[in-house]
Every structure is written in structure tokens, then in C-alpha cells.
Design a protein around this ligand. Structure first.
Ligand SMILES: [Fe+2]
Length: 296
């Protein structure tokens, strides 16, 4: 443990935004949050709560309540950990910014979830390129209280450590799975499609867009298909994948991925906005407003 908590942010260069990585695990310097920091949390929290009321999946909303998350102040990791450890054995750890892949996977494989300790500045309220406290805590932490999803996150971490040993292509495949589930996943519930992805719940615009816009595709979950699908990092997604349940995610992650990676290496990647004849289509997007290039 270090005692000094730095704020490690992406750097602006003449080549654009460059990610900066850090591996330190730090105590959450809770007393160092300014009134502005707490006010930013309050603004974002209240705004998203209202938007997510009939849009987020019920597990997300219920679990937020179980943690006692509230708008009045940035939560203390220690308070959340007391609840989390008891229910699923996960633990939040404070980090200064983006972690290198293998470090991140290793934490997940050991049921430790890294949370960036610092929150965005008021001028970044609607958009920030890297994960901050609001994204990590508000977005990711509620579902760690769900036993099946908690197991999925650990399985993903173990898969990441393994993929890291297999090679760059395997990592690309696995990263797409994380992107289209943990970050940008939708789930079919009794009352319709609902959000569980953290990248969506922490975004005002995308929380509405992903469910209500006619532009994006909404397609049934298909793991090998997702592992071939490119995605967007600079715009809303062109395609969202819909799971039936968290059990479906966990079941898909149980087999050894090694033969899947080998089979995928013989196939081309799929553009972010493509719909295949084999897809279970909930909604075929109109494609209105899509950028023509820039899939990663
Ligand atoms: Fe995230």
C-alpha cells in the first residue's frame, strides 16, 4: 500500500489522447475530496438515478439500494466493502487510474475490483475519456453484489490471465466480450430490454440512446460472434447484445476458450454495425448518425 494517492489521467499530446497506466493500490483519500468533488457526485448520481429508473435492470437498482448509495457524499470504499465482502466475497480496491491489462485481470481473478479514487472535473460532467470514480463505482459496483454476475467477473479475470499467455489475438477476442457485456450489455427482463452495462449506466446520453434510439442494432447474445465484433470507443455503440439472464453469461464463460480462439483466428472480424443472417435480431438499426469509419 502506498499512502500518496495520485490522480493519473490520460495525457493530451499532439497525437491525441494517450492512456497512462499505473499499478499502485491506494487507500481512498476520502478526506481529500473537495466540496466540488462531492457536488459532482451528487449531480451525476441524481441525474442517472432518474434516467435509470425504468431503464436499468432490476438487479442494478436493487443492489444500489442494498449498498445504501446516496447522492449526499462520495461513498467510502470501506463502507461498501463491508456489504460486498459478506455477500459475494468481492473487495473494492482504490487505484490511481487505468491499470495494465494483466494487473487488471489478476485483480478480477482474485475478486478484487479496482475503483479509480478520483472523480471527474465539473467541465467533464457529460464526458470523460477514461474511467473515473463515477464510472467505476456507480457503474460497476452494484452488480458485484449479484452472485452470478460476481462469478462471471471472476471467470473473466481468470480468462484474461490465460488469454494474456496465449497471445494478442486471444486478448482482442476477450476484450470484445468484456466490452459488449460488462460495459455495454443489455438484458431482456419481464418488462422489456434493460441496461446492465457500466459504460451505459454511467452515461446520460447512452442510457437513453441504447434503448430508445432506432439507430443501433439490438442482437441476441452469441459469444463467438461477439468475440469477432469490432466496437466504438468514440461514439455510442452501433450494436448492443442482449442476454436473457446473468446465468447465460456465466454458462458461456465456463468452457475453455482456447479452441474458440483457435477457430476465431481463421475468421474475419465483423464491423461494429453489421447484422448477420444468423443473428437473433431484436431491432435492426437504421444506422442514422453512424460514423462511417473508426471501429476498433
Ligand atoms: Fe468500466
Amino acid at each position: 500500500m502506498t499512502t500518496q494517492s495520485r490522480r493519473v489521467e490520460h495525457q493530451q499530446t499532439d497525437k491525441g489522447t494517450v492512456p497512462v497506466y499505473t499499478t499502485a493500490v491506494v487507500e481512498q483519500p476520502w478526506t481529500s475530496y473537495s466540496r466540488t468533488d462531492h457536488a459532482t457526485w451528487a449531480t451525476l448520481f441524481k441525474r442517472q438515478q432518474e434516467i435509470l429508473l425504468r431503464r436499468a435492470c432490476r438487479e442494478f437498482l436493487d443492489n444500489q439500494g442494498k449498498f445504501g448509495m446516496a447522492p449526499d457524499a462520495i461513498p467510502k470504499f470501506g463502507d461498501l466493502n463491508r456489504v460486498l465482502k459478506k455477500v459475494t466475497g468481492w473487495e473494492l480496491i482504490g487505484v490511481e487510474g487505468l491499470l495494465p491489462e494483466l494487473t487488471f485481470f489478476d485483480h478480477l481473478a482474485n475478486r478484487r475490483f479496482p475503483v479509480t479514487w478520483w472523480i471527474r472535473k465539473p467541465e467533464q460532467i457529460d464526458y470523460i475519456t477514461e474511467p473515473d470514480l463515477f464510472h467505476d463505482l456507480f457503474g460497476h459496483v452494484p452488480l458485484l453484489l449479484n452472485p452470478v454476475f460476481a462469478d462471471y467477473m471472476q471467470a473473466y479475470g481468470k480468462g484474461g490471465v490465460k488469454a494474456h499467455g496465449i497471445g494478442a489475438e486471444a486478448l482482442v477476442n476477450l476484450t470484445r466480450l468484456y466490452w459488449y457485456t460488462v460495459e455495454f450489455g443489455l438484458i431482456k427482463q419481464d418488462d422489456g430490454l434493460r441496461i446492465y452495462g457500466s459504460g451505459i449506466v454511467s452515461s446520460k446520453g447512452e442510457s437513453i440512446y441504447c434503448l430508445e434510439s432506432p439507430s443501433p442494432n439490438r442482437i441476441g447474445f452469441d459469444m463467438p460472434r461477439i468475440m469477432r465484433t469490432r466496437y466504438r470507443i468514440d461514439t455510442y455503440q452501433k450494436t448492443y447484445f442482449v442476454i436473457d439472464s446473468f446465468e447465460q453469461l456465466m454458462d458461456a464463460t465456463r468452457p475453455d476458450f482456447t479452441p474458440i480462439y483457435a477457430a476465431l483466428s481463421q475468421q474475419d472480424s465483423i464491423p461494429a454495425g453489421a447484422v448477420l443472417p444468423t443473428d437473433k435480431v431484436y431491432n435492426r438499426g437504421t444506422g442514422a448518425g453512424w460514423a462511417q469509419d473508426g471501429d476498433v
